[in-house]
Design a protein around this ligand. Structure first.
Ligand code: ASP
Length: 347
């Protein structure tokens, strides 16, 4: 039976939603949680039990894996006491945080809904009030059987709920700032909240496994974007960065890269040194394949296909896998396995 009064924990990390204008510079700066919640008096109308944890509010450009550990621990420590969690976060790195949390929270069976806004909550036309209230409602939503409707990390923004590790920030201006280009929305927000149950994460029936949190992330990873005119010495220098264990190589189209022998040889040298190289596409939609000679050569050199993973998911998945202590070979194998619904696999 659904509980009469859902218990929701708000975790405030900062972002535009809680910012106010500096009177001197007129730049937006992070501000405290009381200011934020005072601007949403309507939230009381939900009649939920809502508690909060507030971290030092930051612009999410300052977000880093240590913050992800703090958020993960806050969820872990409060997991049994709440029905759902809402993380208030800046939009700039929201998709990275959503992806990281999805890997860090194994066996998650409760909603972790991340939201923020494009306009501060104190502004007349703010999108923050609506996003916050809708996120809280989604965190409290139940199936007819009384199970949490959402059992994964998701991003709620304006009209849509997206799987967290599938979403990308696509607009610096529009209220619909996020999109998942390779996976359908989990819910469409209109007059009501229309959940798409076929897209939501569902687990086999039986006793759920307990939540397992992974709080070690390895930052020895990097992203390399290829571009026409990329110079051999620059690529070689990047791939030889001391200490780097994994590289996200962002290629063209279906995973294509220059066919010049120096390119393949440079990548091959890194792989031979034990660096894991993962191929993801610079396109927002579609997948890395071996359709062209220009992509097949990379695969033959030992580059792992990132399929249709977002860059954000690929990067945080590598941090998670290396942090968990897997060998480069195991990391390469697991990158090709969908661990939290971040990747479309064809059996
Ligand atoms: N710079 C802000 C942040 O990510 C942007 C936002 O929240 O929309 O914290």
């Amino acid at each position: 039976m659904p509980k009469s009064q859902p218990r929701i924990l708000l975790i405030y990390t900062g972002g535009t939603i809680g910012m106010i204008e500096n009177p001197v510079s007129h730049a937006l700066e992070p501000f405290d949680f009381t200011h934020l919640i005072d601007n949403v008096p309507k939230i009381k109308m939900l009649n939920y039990c809502i508690d909060n944890i507030s971290f030092k509010p930051i612009d999410s450009s300052d977000m880093n894996p240590d913050h992800w550990v703090d958020i993960t621990r806050a969820i872990e420590e409060n997991y049994d006491r709440y029905d759902g969690f809402v993380v208030l976060h800046g939009t700039d790195t929201m998709a990275y945080t959503a992806s990281a949390l999805s890997f860090m929270l194994e066996n998650l069976r409760k909603p972790v809904i991340i939201t923020g806004s494009q306009l501060p909550i104190g502004e007349v036309r703010t999108d923050g009030e609506e996003n916050l209230i809708t996120a809280v409602q989604i965190a409290a939503a139940r199936t007819p059987d009384g199970e949490p409707m959402v059992q994964e990390v998701a991003i709620l923004f304006e009209d849509y709920l997206w799987r967290g590790n599938r979403a990308t920030k696509r607009s610096a201006d529009n209220f619909n700032a996020f999109k998942s280009h390779n996976y359908p929305e989990l819910a469409k927000i209109g007059l009501g909240i229309n959940f798409h149950e076929e897209a939501l994460m569902r687990y086999p029936a039986g006793k759920p496994r307990p939540l397992k949190c992974h709080c070690v992330l390895d930052k020895s990873v990097m992203i390399i974007d290829i571009f026409p005119g990329i110079k051999p010495e620059i690529l070689r220098h990047q791939l030889s960065t001391p200490g780097v264990k994994g590289v996200i190589l962002r290629t063209y189209g279906a995973g294509n890269a220059p066919t010049a022998s120096w390119f393949k040889e440079t990548v091959q040298e890194a792989i031979d040194r034990g660096v894991v190289v993962l191929n993801v596409t610079q396109c927002v939609n579609g997948s890395v394949t071996r359709r062209y000679a220009a992509s097949d050569a990379l695969a033959r050199a030992g580059v792992v296909s990132g399929g249709d993973m977002t860059t954000e998911a690929a990067l945080t998945k590598m941090m998670f896998l290396f942090g968990a202590g897997y060998t480069p070979r195991q990391v390469g194998e697991l990158l090709g396995v969908s661990l939290r619904g971040e990747l479309t696999t064809h059996s």
